[in-house]
Design a protein around this ligand. Structure first.
Ligand SMILES: Nc1nc2c(ncn2[C@@H]2O[C@H](COP(=O)(O)OP(=O)(O)OP(=O)(O)O)[C@@H](O)[C@H]2O)c(=O)[nH]1
Ligand SMILES: [Zn+2]
Length: 188
């Protein structure tokens, strides 16, 4: 996938500044297009990352019980308004056939998926599906809680409102007890 085109972003930011009635040549704004381009490169770097690659790291460990990494902080950009939404992701799976991955890889997958123009639902399901497709576990479950700036600083203006999304796959979709165990561990 193409890297970001920094000069194009810089030009676009100059145009936006002009369009809102600002002077892109005033001292305080001179370096702003460059800064914004650099920032976009950073906050959209997930477009160049495939979350599934992280799960190539597996240890042949015989653990077929819940593994949960909770409270993974993330920042993303809503694809409708290009303003941040941010919160915590909780990622659980039950390994099968010794395919236990590195704990940090679960957080890296969240990071790669979040750093794109996104929807909260898509972050949630993409992380769950990536785990299923690569580790072939008994199940995967992802819960994401986030605050959307497009609902707080503008529009409907509801600061503090939280959106919670879940993706349940495999045994977590079939077995109420397995799902309840993860939910209670998240609240623990
Ligand atoms: N499903 C979903 N919706 C989102 C997410 N982030 C932002 N939105 C919503 O996207 C919608 C876009 O609605 P539109 O009516 O096209 O845009 P708008 O006029 O700016 O909408 P308002 O925010 O209601 O002012 C809004 O309801 C946002 O709350 C997300 O991650 N998931
Ligand atoms: Zn939005």
């Amino acid at each position: 996938m193409a890297e970001v085109n920094r000069p194009q972003i810089e030009e676009a930011v100059r145009l936006i500044l002009e369009a809102i009635g600002e002077d892109p040549n005033r001292e305080g704004l001179l370096d702003t297009p460059k800064r914004v381009a650099k920032m976009y490169e950073e906050v959209f770097q997930g477009l160049n990352q495939d979350p599934k690659e992280y799960f190539e790291t597996v240890f042949g460990e015989d653990h077929e019980e819940v593994v949960l990494v909770k409270d993974i902080p993330f920042y993303s950009m809503c694809e409708h308004h290009l303003v941040p939404f941010f919160g915590k992701a909780h990622v659980a799976y039950i390994p099968r056939n010794g395919k236990v991955t590195g704990l940090s890889k679960l957080a890296r997958a969240v990071e790669a998926v979040a750093k794109r123009p996104q929807l909260q639902e898509r972050i949630t399901s993409t992380v769950a599906d990536s785990i299923i497709e690569t580790l072939d576990p008994h199940g995967a479950m992802v819960v994401v809680e986030a605050e959307h700036m497009c609902m707080t600083m503008r529009g409907v203006k509801k600061p503090g409102s939280q959106t919670i999304t879940t993706a349940v796959r495999g045994i977590f979709a079939e077995d109420d007890k397995a799902r309840a165990e993860v939910l209670s561990l998240i609240k623990f």
